[in-house]
Design a protein around this ligand. Structure first.
Ligand SMILES: Cc1ncc(COP(=O)(O)O)c(C=O)c1O
Length: 339
């Protein structure tokens, strides 16, 4: 019988299959190197990376400036815990809040942690500021959403594969169809205990579903009308992925148009970022909002050992500087200029 010669790819596939959890079903390609838009597998075959690690490497693989910042910080100070201050976090917070136009940042690691953070902040805002009776807060979410994999987040997924046999699920979420402003209006009207509307500006796992152009601006108006926080999850769509800094930036398609007709930048109350916030080098996520909302979180009520560590701060600052250097601002679309 003919035996297939084991390639180096087969070796790595076999290792993962034998020793790893079977929580993913990747294509049988074993990657070993990345630079800019290119990847190489262990046999030296070159690929264009259109996936960009699910939008985490919008700056390109191993961007030299980000890697340099990472190396420098890694040799200086990596983690202090938040029992102390570090000399990177404050400057990062100042930079990121100014760049995106919010007053405060809460720094976490993974995207799912960012979403969890936004849920906690908006619930607490609901109880302390909106006057919602304790344990009655509801957050409106969309059918076919994807916001991560924690037990609370999968509780409001509508994908049976994601949530089956992981119950009991977390309460407090109300579903509407995506891209349906009438449903949002009716839902907000019918329940005074709604504290937030959590939405992806373009749905990712749903099959890259772009809503009608009035959906997010209409949602902004409805949320303001009903005193509900608009929470945009830009973990996947943000930081240059859709051709603008954020997917909620305006609709114009060239710089001239931006100058002629200022883009319709829609400002959420809470903005969640992750993935490309570090250029794919390190897990960094962040939740941005103004003090009136963020200040409901007091010491001991939220955090993470790695959240806001100096490595994350150094890397995220550089990753955003790269994006900013390409001309991305919160208010206008620019053309993509890779390095
Ligand atoms: C829109 C959106 N939100 C949240 C997440 C979760 O991010 P993470 O995988 O870093 O936890 C993802 C990941 O794909 C995402 O696309």
């Amino acid at each position: 019988m003919e035996t297939k010669q084991q390639t180096s790819q087969d070796y790595y596939l076999d290792l993962e299959s034998r020793h790893g959890a079977h929580d993913y079903h990747p294509l049988p390609v074993v990657l070993a190197k990345g630079k800019g838009v290119y990847l190489w597998d262990v046999d030296g075959k070159k690929y264009y990376d259109f996936l960009s690690a699910y939008s985490a490497v919008n700056q390109g693989h191993c961007h030299p400036d980000i890697i340099a910042a990472m190396k420098e910080q890694a040799e200086t100070l990596t983690l202090t815990s938040r029992a102390f201050h570090n000399n990177k976090l404050g400057e990062y917070m100042k930079f990121v809040t100014a760049y995106f136009g919010f007053e405060r940042l809460l720094s976490m690691n993974t995207g799912a942690e960012g979403v969890e953070t936004a849920i906690k902040i908006s619930r607490k805002w609901g109880y302390l500021k909106k006057g919602v009776p304790e344990n009655q807060a509801q957050i409106v979410v969309c059918n076919n959403n994807f916001h991560g994999r924690t037990t609370t987040i999968i509780s409001f997924s509508t994908d049976p594969d994601t949530k089956a046999h992981f119950g009991p699920h977390t309460n407090g979420f109300t579903h509407i169809p995506y891209d349906d402003l009438e449903a949002l209006k009716q839902t907000l009207e019918s329940n005074p205990n709604i504290v937030g509307f959590l939405v992806e500006p373009i749905q990712g796992e749903a099959g890259v579903y772009t809503p009608g152009k009035d959906f997010i601006s209409g949602a902004r108006a409805l949320c303001s009308q009903y005193n509900v926080l608009l929470i945009t999850d830009e973990i996947q769509t943000g930081i240059g992925r859709t051709g603008s800094l954020l997917a909620v930036c305006g609709d114009c398609t060239c710089e001239d148009a931006c100058e002629q007709q200022p883009a319709t930048y829609i400002r959420p109350d809470i903005l969640i970022l992750g993935k490309a916030l570090s250029g794919g080098t390190y897990p960094v996520s962040g939740v941005l909002c103004d003090s009136e909302i963020m200040d409901v979180i007091q010491p001991g009520q939220h955090g993470s050992t790695f959240g806001g560590n100096p490595m994350a701060a150094a890397v995220a600052t550089k990753a955003l500087e790269v994006i900013k250097g390409w001309g991305f601002t919160p208010k206008c679309k620019t053309s993509w200029r890779g390095f």
